[in-house]
Design a protein around this ligand. Structure first.
Ligand SMILES: Cc1cc2nc3c(=O)[nH]c(=O)nc-3n(C[C@H](O)[C@H](O)[C@H](O)COP(=O)(O)OP(=O)(O)OC[C@H]3O[C@@H](n4cnc5c(N)ncnc54)[C@H](O)[C@@H]3O)c2cc1C
Length: 322
């Protein structure tokens, strides 16, 4: 587990970081906490000749209930009094990511930008050499869905579904300036390209609408070991009720597809309906039936699919008025 050699850059501004990236002819990665990128480098998973650290850029560290900088550490989100008071679902979710030690280094930006995961990808070079390489690293075929020409690795970040149900916007800055992308339009169905961010663009921060502070929200994840593991199914729900009448409802999942999934086409139609036991069963089963997890992370696709229904029912019942 020795890191390959690379040139390390430590810019102090966003403009400097983008300029360095531009000069690397595509042979670079940005690094924040390094808790995802560097273990992958040790496994010789697509290492680059240049690594550009974002840790020296002061403006990326802000934490407030309407704006979170990409370099905000998970531990600082977990302990933010302001977020606990105004948007408790964000620290609640951050506290479930990895381990306390990893949360000391891991960041919000790195969590959103997390590389997709797969049994055939997250392995040592030695393992991959014996099995055959996959499409995403050194090979030419996806070993999960060989008949397809895209990568089916699973998106496994915890924060993205929470940012989606809260209606957040991701801010990117690159050679062509700054642009904003809605979190629901950010991710793309290919485990290699993963999202609409251009290689030289930096994710600078997340904007959270102030209205999100009026919604109730929750996040629950299924994982092998509660002490440290990635979600193999994670569910996020935001809701606003007037007594039992649904005024706002959004549901998102992670760990079950190449991207986090949002189900507005189902939940928008429920605005104005009463939150009843029957509605909870119907919406949970409807969402569960639309998802087909791949056989490329822990637990069987059938079990993870069944758990979507179980978790959604459990979470939605938690919002029922007493
Ligand atoms: C044992 C273990 C358990 C883990 N468990 C979980 C878990 O339960 N849930 C979970 O979600 N994650 C988990 N992780 C993954 C990881 O620790 C976290 O996702 C963490 O938040 C990643 O942040 P980072 O700053 O370390 O990212 P890095 O490793 O620095 O970067 C990750 C990726 O994002 C890119 N990137 C980072 N910041 C930016 C930016 N601002 N702009 C553009 N690109 C950027 C990098 O180029 C890289 O591709 C685990 C990791 C380990 C080793």
């Amino acid at each position: 587990m020795i890191l390959p050699a690379f040139q390390y850059h430590q810019p102090q501004t966003i403009a400097e970081a983008v300029a360095i990236a531009n000069s690397c002819n595509g042979d670079f990665d940005f690094v924040s906490g390094g808790t995802d990128l560097l273990p992958n480098y040790k496994d010789r998973l697509n290492p680059r000749a240049n690594v550009i650290s974002l840790s020296g850029i002061k403006e990326l560290y802000e934490i407030s209930p309407t704006k979170i900088g990409a370099m905000a550490r998970l531990v600082d989100i977990e302990n933010s009094k302001n977020l606990h008071e105004r948007l408790p679902v964000i620290p609640h979710t951050a506290a479930q990511i990895a381990t306390p030690l990893i949360r000391e280094s891991g960041t919000v930006g790195g969590n959103i930008m997390l590389d997709t995961r797969c049994f055939y990808f997250n392995q040592t070079w030695f393992w991959r050499d014996s099995k055959d390489y996959c499409l995403k690293a050194d090979g030419d075929t996806c070993l999960v869905v060989p008949q397809e020409k895209i990568c089916y690795a699973t998106y496994s970040g915890d924060l993205a579904p929470v940012f989606m149900i809260l209606g957040t916007t991701f801010v990117l800055e690159g050679p062509d300036g700054r642009r904003e992308v809605s979190s629901q339009n950010f991710f793309t169905h290919d485990g290699i390209t993963r999202n609409v961010k251009l290689p030289e663009e930096i994710l600078t921060h997340v904007i959270i609408p102030s209205q999100a502070q009026t919604w109730r929200a929750n996040y629950m994840k299924l994982r092998v070991r509660d002490s440290m593991d990635f979600p193999v199914m994670g569910a996020a729900i935001a809701i606003e009720l007037n007594e039992r009448t649904i005024e706002y409802l959004r549901i998102a999942l992670t760990g079950v597809a190449t991207t986090p999934l949002l189900f507005d086409e189902i939940t928008d139609a429920l605005v104005g309906d009463q939150l009843t036991e029957d509605l909870i069963d119907d919406v949970s089963d409807d969402i569960m039936n639309r998802v087909t997890p791949y056989r490329n992370v822990a637990y069987s696709p059938q079990y993870r699919k069944a758990m979507i229904g179980v978790y959604l029912k459990r979470m939605l019942r938690g919002f029922l008025p007493a």
